[in-house]
Design a protein around this ligand. Structure first.
Ligand code: SF4
Length: 436
């Protein structure tokens, strides 16, 4: 979400003729788009702001802090970090052009207009230039209040984006050269748009149908669509059915499970059980054989006993995720879990996390090894960091492949055979041109 929002903010600057500086040391404007999910991310921002405070003693420039941390701390951020000139929360992004104008003209910002806090609106374009994959935000905020999560407090309640605006952005992205899009939101499955004029309601499966139709209209430009993040509570059979039926949807699903124990899932306020999650996995696999799955796993939530932890491992064995984002619990002030007793000692959290990481590594290697020799379609994304004669590609199942090739093919869909596995990346001998 932050990457998409950063691209939208960068576009505001680009449209007004601003160009990127070589470094923060020479910039007239430093814009930090922040995330509040982890306390460590906030600590890093304060570190940067301390550096800018020192730099500001030598020269004049403007520092704007945007995003979740700006929403969470508001003007208190300026008191804590005097280098900050403007604090712009996620619901106040529409004020960014006003800030830029004030910097350009040197005039004082009309604080009245700034403080009005305009209603949240989605920017109309989120792609960075020169990329072939782009996020398309479809909703914002979250109503779920998982006990460990700060997002609903800093991003507010769910707001869905007008489908006409979503489809319009997809059209524009296709024209600009994007080939793959990811529909984005904190909980995309609860997307809901009330179309008063036509007296109809568009839910997530209906949106998936509309997006698939739009992608088809791009005449092969946009061939792959993904969506992120999915909450198991809200992922419906209907959504799985549309995904299976409309071939534009990639055979990869990121479905955050967080834990394998029903006791811990309930304490986390996740509103589904381990059994429900496993049913969803079975349903997706039956509808789309070969689909790859990935997840998020949160280790060491308060009250997690050894037997609860073991249930994470057994769930991983049952599902076999291609990859997981694994992290241990850190108390986050302002969340329901912050005051929970029975905290798991750090040493135990670290040990448990290490076990989960080791098991995930084993599963990743097993799943990837089983794919050696398979044919796959890939989107060629860029040049390998190790050799300018090699291209980096991705399969629809979210597997990485390196293949020899000419950079002129970047942005092309190609066919190849997954010949060798090095680490978690496949090697292929050649990228074949696909006939359309
Ligand atoms: S679903 Fe839970 S973890 Fe995800 S953003 Fe909402 S509150 Fe946070």
């Amino acid at each position: 979400m932050n990457a998409a929002e950063s691209a939208a903010l960068a576009l505001v600057l680009k449209e007004r003729g601003w160009t990127g500086a070589d470094s923060a040391e020479t910039a007239d404007l430093v814009l930090i788009n922040t995330c509040s999910v982890r306390a460590t991310a906030e600590t890093r921002v304060f570190g940067r702001l301390a550096l800018y405070a020192a730099e500001k003693k030598k020269r004049q420039f403007t520092v704007v802090v945007a995003g979740c941390m700006a929403s969470r701390l508001g003007d208190a951020l300026k008191k804590k970090a005097p280098a900050v000139d403007y604090v712009m929360g996620t619901d106040a992004r529409a004020t960014f052009p006003l800030i830029v104008e004030a910097i350009e003209t040197g005039a004082a910002l009309d604080r009245g207009a700034f403080n009005e806090k305009p209603a949240f609106s989605f920017s109309s374009f989120h792609a960075e230039t020169g990329v072939f994959r782009s996020f398309v935000p479809i909703m914002h905020g979250c109503n779920n209040f998982c006990a460990y999560c700060i997002v609903p407090y800093v991003r507010g309640r769910e707001i869905s984006r007008d489908p006409a605006s979503i489809l319009g952005e997809i059209r524009l992205l296709a024209e600009k050269g994007v080939r793959e899009i990811t529909l984005l939101g904190q909980n995309v499955n609860s997307y809901l748009w009330k179309d008063g004029a036509r007296r109809r309601t568009i839910d997530f499966p209906a949106l998936l149908e509309m997006v698939a139709d739009e992608a088809e209209h791009t005449q092969g430009k946009i061939q792959w669509v993904r969506f992120l993040s999915s909450h198991p509570k809200d992922l419906s059979s209907k959504a799985i059915a549309v995904m299976a039926e409309r071939r534009v949807y990639c055979r990869h699903l990121h479905l955050c499970v967080q834990h394998g124990s029903n006791t811990v899932l309930a304490a986390m306020n996740r509103a589904y059980t381990r059994e429900r999650y496993l049913d969803l996995v079975a349903e997706a696999r039956e509808a789309m054989p070969g689909i790859s799955l990935s997840t998020d796993l949160l280790i060491g939530f308060p009250g997690e006993r050894e037997e609860d932890f073991e249930e994470i491992l057994t769930l991983m064995e049952q599902v076999k995720f291609l990859y997981s984002y694994m992290y241990h619990y850190n108390p986050r002030e302002g969340t329901a879990a912050y005051s929970l007793p029975d905290r798991v000692p750090d040493t135990i959290k670290q040990k448990r996390l290490a076990k989960v990481i080791a098991l995930q590594k084993q599963h990743t290697v097993e799943l990837l090894t089983a794919r050696i020799g398979a044919d796959a379609t890939v989107l060629i994304e860029g040049i390998s960091r190790k050799s300018k004669d090699e291209l980096v590609c991705r399969t629809e199942r979210d597997e990485m492949v390196v293949v020899p090739g000419d950079p002129s093919r970047i942005g092309e869909f190609a066919g190849l055979t997954l010949s060798v596995l090095r680490g978690n990346t496949f090697r292929a001998k050649e990228a074949r041109t696909l006939l359309r």
